[in-house]
Structures are given as structure tokens and as C-alpha cells.
Design a binder for this molecule. Structure first.
Ligand code: PEP
Ligand code: MN
Length: 353
């Protein structure tokens, strides 16, 4: 990466970028409050670092041999105690500051009335962002694919419900984009694009979603290590979009015999990710456990681990939900989770000061 002097001019920055481009690489320009950093995208070995260091306005030019440099703490150049944190503004909501953010709603939108009733419930419980699946990633083609799976017209109708519910209850909305073909339509209606665990490795989808210039929530694949998650998130950053929220949602459990949880929640990943990157990280205890009786405890634990927020599946009648009923909690229960998490977050912040 190339760190510019605080006084570097636009021409000096442009000269460095031109040199990088002439070597066949792309360049990311990041203007932080306290310095401008230029991150070459591509094979850094092709760059003349010694020469670059002599360019006017360059403070330092160094090889950064890591797969996720653009989202790394190092790239931010911040050396404070807890590292730099990127706060992502989504409407009136900020993800990545000291307050945990709660994303809640149904696994799948089932009807307009179901969505509005849940939206009202989660808002009253204290949620900030409304979720609702329109295109569901299902293992079987015979399972309910989400209402968006019916046809394109239906998908648009459901997305309008989602956007209307968000407006009525004053919450930004998020839904999963299951493939590139859905991107244009979804980006018209939602505030955050969710890339699900199964698509974490789809580089083209990640890059295309990034180009929509909306925040992207990237879920960790259940078989991926933290380094892989961060390396794939770099594909979003490389498009110039650093509004990335990472989400730990459980990895494949180990051991023979019955697994008592759907996945294994890797909570240590939360502080690890916060040490490695400046991006906010949230936890999804719903998919991680698959059990509504564990949501309260694991939500508290996630906030204690430093999570910047939670994504929780909610239904007023979980037994009747078309998808993931076993892991859904009611709006009333969500209220208790949010209250407890707020207390824990304050305790954790006080200890850190
Ligand atoms: C979801 O959040 O709706 C979902 C399917 O989660 P994941 O991609 O983590 O399985
Ligand atoms: Mn679900």
C-alpha cells in the first residue's frame, strides 16, 4: 500500500495511481480523516515500490502481502487502542458505532399482512432494521422458495411490501440476493443487500452487489475460515464499496451422533474480525443455533464478544412459519433480548474504558 503525506495534492495522488495502472493493476484510493492511502489491486510484485517511494507526496510505499488489505486495520493507518471502526450510516441507523444494532423480521415474507404485523412487532420491540426473505436459498427445489420464487411480478410486489413496511415503521430494509439476475430489481427496493452463506464464494455476485453502491451484508459460509470470509469481502471493497457488514452465522458442527444445534456459533470470530478489519461484524444466532430456546443466551454472548449487532428471525406465531419456525422468536421475546443486550453492551463498553 502507498501512504500519502497528509499534505499530498490531488495531482500527486493521481501520479501514484497512474504508475500503478501502468503496471497493469487497479488502485483503490481511500481518504481517511488523517491520511490518504492507495491500495493496489492485483499482484503487488509487479510494482516498483522503491521508485514509488520517491514520488512527491508519498510518505511510505510498502508491500502488503495479505489477501484482504483494503479492509484491514493496517489500511486504516489508525494505531489507537481498539483500532479503527467504520461506522456505516443507513438512513437514520448507524452500524458499527458503540450501540448494537438489531436486524429482525421473518425468515421469509409469507404475505403482506404477515410482514406488516411482524414489522410493527419488531419495531415496538426496539429493532432498527427490518429483514424479510423474498428469494430463499433452499436445499430442495421442492421446498418453498420464497414468494419471489413464484415469478418476477410477484417478486416485485413483495419487494414493494418490504419497502413500504420499512417506510411505515421507519426502518431500513434488507433482503438476500440469491443471484446476479435479481440484483437490479432488489437494489431498487432495499437499503442493504444481503449475500447469504451459500453465496459467500460467488466473486461475481459480490462485485456486482458492491457496484450497486449500497451497503452489503456478507454472511460467512458455514465451511469457511475467517481468512476466507475476509478475503471474499475484499472483492466488495475492491469495487470501491467499503460499506460492508460481516456476519457470523455458525459453521458446520463437528462430532458423531446427534448435533444439538443447527450450526456451531464461532463467537471468537467476532473479536478476531474486529482486530483484523475496521468493518462492523454482527451475529445471527437464529441460523447458528436453529433453536429458539438458545436465542436469548447466544445473543447476550454475541454482544459480550463485541458484536456490532444481531440478526434475529422473528414471527408472531413461529409454529405457523413456512420456513425456520424452530428458530424464530416472538416480538415479545425480542424485546427481552434487546433489553438484555443493551445492558451487556454498556457493561462491555465500561470495562473497555
Ligand atoms: C437468511 O438469513 O435468511 C439465511 C438463509 O441465512 P444463511 O445464509 O446464513 O443461511
Ligand atoms: Mn431463515
Amino acid at each position: 500500500m502507498i501512504v500519502m503525506e497528509a499534505s499530498a495534492t490531488a495531482e500527486q495522488i493521481a501520479a501514484v495511481v497512474d504508475e500503478i495502472k501502468s503496471c497493469g493493476l487497479k488502485a483503490d484510493i481511500c481518504r481517511w480523516d488523517y491520511q490518504t492511502v492507495i491500495g493496489p489491486i492485483g499482484d503487488e510484485k509487479r510494482l516498483p515500490f522503491a521508485l514509488l517511494e520517491t514520488f512527491p507526496g508519498v510518505k511510505e510505499a510498502r508491500v502488503t502481502d495479505m489477501p484482504y488489505k483494503l479492509i484491514s486495520q493496517e489500511y486504516s493507518g489508525f494505531s489507537g487502542k481498539d483500532g479503527h471502526r467504520r461506522a456505516i450510516q443507513i438512513g437514520k441507523v448507524v452500524v458499527g458505532d458503540d450501540e448494537p444494532v438489531f436486524i429482525a423480521g421473518p425468515c421469509a415474507v409469507e404475505s403482506q399482512s404477515q410482514l406488516f404485523r411482524i414489522a410493527e412487532g419488531v419495531k415496538k420491540a426496539g429493532a432498527h432494521i427490518l429483514r424479510g426473505g423474498v428469494f430463499k436459498p433452499r436445499s430442495s427445489v421442492h421446498s418453498f422458495q420464497g414468494l419471489g420464487g413464484e415469478d418476477w411480478q410477484k417478486a416485485e410486489e413483495v419487494l414493494k411490501w418490504l419497502s413500504d413496511a420499512g417506510q411505515q415503521f421507519d426502518m431500513p430494509v434488507i433482503t438476500e440476493v440469491r443471484g446476479e439476475a435479481q440484483l437490479d430489481l432488489l437494489a431498487e427496493y432495499v437499503d442493504i443487500l444481503q449475500i447469504g452463506a451459500r453465496n459467500m464464494y460467488d466473486q461475481d455476485l459480490l462485485a456486482a452487489a458492491a457496484r450497486k453502491k449500497k451497503p452489503v451484508l456478507l454472511k460467512r459460509h458455514f465451511g469457511a475460515g475467517v481468512e476466507e470470509l475476509l478475503s471474499l469481502a475484499e472483492y466488495i471493497a475492491a469495487e470501491g464499496n467499503k460499506d460492508i457488514i460481516l456476519c457470523e452465522r455458525g459453521i458446520v458442527p463437528v462430532g458423531k451422533g446427534k448435533n444439538y444445534t443447527r450450526y456451531m456459533l464461532d463467537l471468537a470470530a467476532v473479536p478476531v474480525i474486529k482486530k483484523e478489519t475496521y468493518l462492523p461484524v454482527i451475529v445471527d444466532p437464529s441460523h447458528a443455533t436453529g433453536r429458539r430456546d438458545l436465542i436469548f443466551n447466544m445473543s447476550c454472548a454475541a454482544v459480550a464478544a463485541g458484536a456490532n449487532g444481531l440478526m434475529i428471525e422473528v414471527h408472531y406465531d413461529p409454529g405457523q412459519a413456512l420456513v425456520d419456525g424452530k428458530q424464530m422468536i416472538t416480538p415479545e421475546e425480542l424485546k427481552g433480548v434487546i433489553a438484555a443486550c443493551r445492558n451487556i453492551s454498556e457493561l462491555v463498553a465500561a470495562k473497555g474504558s
